[in-house]
Design a protein around this ligand. Structure first.
Ligand SMILES: NC(=O)c1ccc[n+]([C@@H]2O[C@H](COP(=O)([O-])OP(=O)(O)OC[C@H]3O[C@@H](n4cnc5c(N)ncnc54)[C@H](OP(=O)(O)O)[C@@H]3O)[C@@H](O)[C@H]2O)c1
Length: 263
């Protein structure tokens, strides 16, 4: 049975860069996202360039019924998944109560529930096989509360804590779990989250998705628990752990509000 890495949110940004980095290493891939055209052309390009099998599944992971369909297909299919990358995620910004609830719910369904559900289903299969690896994508936002992007920061705190717990849970079964915490990375994320890149664009903090992906695949080889790409981002995550919590949440809100676009 052929082995595959399944990557969610592989149609752009960090997910696409991870797909390319893994295909370059000869990994077969299953790409998941909503945009069929993008997935189809990426699958075609990667399979031709790197002579690997690249399949794709169109799925809106914020819709639980579609996640059920995807899992049924994966469980019945002939593809053994030995690497799961839960990368798909969105951000929202602005005062939480003034935001459209459906968008906030979609964020939780995608960033939290779909990630937990895929980890549960595929992690369970991996545990049964005594082998496998899961990478969940959090953010440097996971290390502090984020007024102005409250729901997004909280979702990433969940991903960090969940992944660290799962790592210990699955250790006895031979399944490795890591969590990626990128800092600002050039992608469509900022547009979707309605966050301005002004001032960040030229910042030394800003990384390319390809840089993040390269660091990540090397860290996965070493089974690193928490992957924070770049020393500047590592420093950024240290401050909230050393400073008083009350100060951290006020600072964090001030920084976020500088970048939030007014509607
Ligand atoms: N960019 C940053 O600065 C940054 C920093 C820290 C963490 N992150 C995290 O990195 C991850 C990837 O983000 P990115 O920066 O690469 O942004 P991106 O370019 O906007 O990529 C997001 C990916 O998620 C997919 N997606 C969005 N909603 C989906 C849904 N409902 N169902 C299935 N797939 C969905 C998108 O594909 P479709 O539109 O085709 O569905 C796309 O492939 C996210 O979890 C994000 O929170 C990003």
């Amino acid at each position: 049975m052929a082995h595959f890495a399944l990557i969610t949110g592989a149609s752009s940004g960090i997910g696409l860069a991870l797909a390319e980095a893994l295909a370059r290493r000869g990994r077969n891939l299953i790409l998941v996202a909503r945009q069929r055209d993008a997935l189809e052309s990426i699958a075609c390009e990667l399979s031709q360039r790197f002579s690997v099998q690249v399949l794709f599944r169109v799925c809106d992971l914020s819709q639980p019924l579609q996640v059920t369909g995807l899992l049924l297909e994966l469980e019945q299919g002939a593809h053994r998944i030995d690497l799961l990358i839960n990368n798909a995620g969105i951000g929202t910004s602005g005062s939480f109560v003034s935001q459209d609830w459906m968008q906030e719910q979609q964020l939780i369904e995608l960033n939290v529930l779909a990630l937990a559900r895929l980890s549960h289903a595929l992690g369970g299969i991996m545990a049964g096989q005594g082998h496998g690896q899961i990478l969940n994508v959090a953010s440097v936002a996971a290390f502090q509360p984020g007024p102005g992007m409250t729901n997004y920061f909280a979702s990433k705190a969940y991903v960090l804590s969940f992944s660290e717990g799962l790592r210990e849970d699955l250790k006895p079964y031979g399944v490795k779990v890591s969590v990626l915490c990128p800092g600002p990375t050039q992608s469509a994320f900022f547009r979707t989250a309605r966050v301005s890149m002004k001032g960040l664009q030229d910042s030394k903090l800003m990384m390319s998705p390809e840089e993040v992906a390269l660091i990540t695949v090397k860290a996965l080889d070493k089974n690193q628990a928490i992957i924070i790409p770049g020393w500047r981002n590592r420093l950024l995550t240290l401050a909230p752990r050393l400073l008083p919590r009350a100060l951290v949440r006020v600072f964090s809100g001030k920084i976020n509000r500088r970048f939030i676009k007014q509607s």
